[in-house]
Ligand binder design. Structure first.
Ligand SMILES: Cc1cc2nc3c(=O)[nH]c(=O)nc-3n(C[C@H](O)[C@H](O)[C@H](O)COP(=O)(O)OP(=O)(O)OC[C@H]3O[C@@H](n4cnc5c(N)ncnc54)[C@H](O)[C@@H]3O)c2cc1C
Length: 255
């Protein structure tokens, strides 16, 4: 099998979110970066499917040069190779994102045969537009199942299970197909140290796509009220003890 997983480099936003002065982006100076838990499960599933059926697993991202970090992480988990569509700050709206990814898929398929399965996260961890997987499937003319929590490849088709009101809907898609997956699909492994060493020498095909003219205009971003987290210093050393006890009583942990 040949399986593609698309991952997106996103900031880790565990704490207070701060926007840039022009309100067009998140201030990422002091943030680390990651991929979404959905995408981690996509990577894990591709590795398991290739272990079971043979073939190769490819990880792709459209993102800045630093997104190589996320590609190496996925290869350290076990992906065979990577495709990096490097951006330089040009505007990639969802249509431009999909056009660049679809063109890269077509190029790769012309060189080394079709992807049997293309996996994406159900939605990205930052802008969460729910568009990319469906648009790629539409552009390639392939069947697509969304919000998938279990995958099994059977002769010439893929069985996809989607959670639905206490039960599961099951879809059998003829291959080649596209699926967007959800966290809980599996338990992703941690990259091992030898995996990280091997990842350094795995091939990364880099290219620089030009964005199509955006048809969407992003007016500005806003931090939702209540999303900011605050740290309160209760005191230092032994003098903080009384304040800690008060707080524990307030939240009902101590009486
Ligand atoms: C006007 C406008 C301009 C924008 N300009 C930029 C810009 O310059 N730079 C920028 O980074 N973003 C930009 N964005 C945001 C960008 O369009 C979206 O992040 C991107 O289209 C993906 O959409 P999403 O996050 O909603 O993905 P979703 O559809 O929610 O993502 C679903 C899944 O698709 C896959 N996926 C999504 N994005 C990527 C990716 N980049 N690479 C690989 N796989 C991916 C992942 O598997 C993800 O889990 C812009 C948005 C707008 C509206």
């Amino acid at each position: 099998m040949k399986i593609l997983v698309c991952v997106k480099r996103v900031p880790m936003t565990g704490g207070k979110m701060v926007l840039t002065a022009d309100e067009q982006a998140l201030e990422t100076k002091h943030l680390g970066f990651t991929i979404s838990p959905h995408e981690e499960c996509g990577v894990e599933e591709a590795i398991r499917l290739v272990d079971a059926h043979g073939g190769e697993s490819v990880v792709l991202t459209l993102g800045p040069p630093e997104a190589l970090e996320q590609l190496r992480d996925a290869m350290a988990m076990g992906m065979s190779r990577a495709i990096h569509l490097e951006t330089d700050g040009g505007e990639f709206d969802p249509e431009a994102t999909v056009a660049a990814i679809t063109a890269a898929i077509r190029d790769d398929e012309a060189a080394s045969g079709p992807f049997d399965l293309i996996l994406l996260g159900n939605e990205s961890a930052d802008s969460g537009g729910y568009q990319v997987g469906l648009r790629i499937a539409r552009a390639l003319g392939r069947p697509c199942a969304t919000g998938i929590k279990a995958i099994a490849v059977e002769a010439g088709s893929v069985r996809c299970e989607q959670e639905a009101g206490g039960g599961r809907d099951v879809y059998a898609l003829p291959l080649p197909a596209v699926a967007t997956v959800l966290e809980g699909l599996n338990l992703p492994r941690y990259p091992s140290v030898p995996g990280r060493m091997r990842a350094k020498s795995k091939p990364v095909a880099a290219s620089q796509p030009s964005p199509e003219r955006p048809r969407l205009e992003r007016v500005r971003l806003a931090v939702p009220p209540g999303s900011a987290k605050e740290a309160v210093v209760l005191g230092r050393g032994a003098e903080a003890a009384a304040a800690v006890v008060d707080l524990l009583e307030q939240i009902g942990v101590a009486r």
